[in-house]
Design a protein. Sequence first.
Length: 309
Amino acid sequence: MTESVTTEASATPPTPAHFRCGYIAIVGRPNVGKSTLMNALIGAKVSITSRKAQTTRHRITGIQTVEDAQFVYVDTPGFQTRHSNALNKTLNRTVTGTLGASDVILFIIEAGTFGPADSQVLALIPKDVPCILVINKSDRIKDKAVLLPFAQKIAAMHDFSAVVPVSAKLRFQLDNLQGETKRFLPENMPVFGADDITDRSEKFLAAEIVREKLFRFVGDELPYTSTVLIEKFEQEGDLRRIFAAILVERDTHKSMIIGQKGARLKDISTQSRLDMEKLFGGPVYLEIWVKVKSGWADNEAGLRAYGYE
């Protein structure tokens, strides 16, 4: 049974007439800011972010409820074109499956940049689902006169329902994006509670937080084929005891993560614990090990065992 993570509990107000609720897929090539955008929209960090491409590997749901609408955002992995192992094939199935089941699609690109990887994602978008072109990182374009012709050029490639330049990092134009999105949500009762921010369990979020810190502290030194398993998650009152394992494919990768005299692994553990305490609202005891398991990313049965859809 999946538990939802909520903010502070509050009385649930009655649902107004003509309430809107729907699923919004956030799609784009790797590293255009999909996770940053979703976190900014819902006002909480439920999807991990990193400068390293291919950070998001699961379909992550973020929930935002306002007076007359509930937005159920689905952050997807960036569509993979460079590798053809079992992991990337699984990630691409997640993207295509999400697109067909959404009420609205947010197609995210980076301001001033549109290449073959963006085109491949755009080609996947169904023509019968409302799609909003979201031009992220628009604050980086100093000459705003350049932005308009760029937006017009991309808008001509698809029958977009709207075009919205934003900066997820600076929260620029997010209210406008939310307003445009709401227009296409169907009239439905809310699916989740008013205080829910994700449908993912705390155990899942704990693994994602450790994985984010792994990418942050090890960076480009570590191949992207590493993952995190939560081997034990216990709660005693407010205290959560979490035991995590980082899986890598080689002994050299293990050494990278541990670092000199264990310093890097200590940093990963400390920053992970602090983020967990902030998200879960209580103290966390965290232990992390590093384990070598060759070939895990190219074994479909193993991927399912590790929670990949």
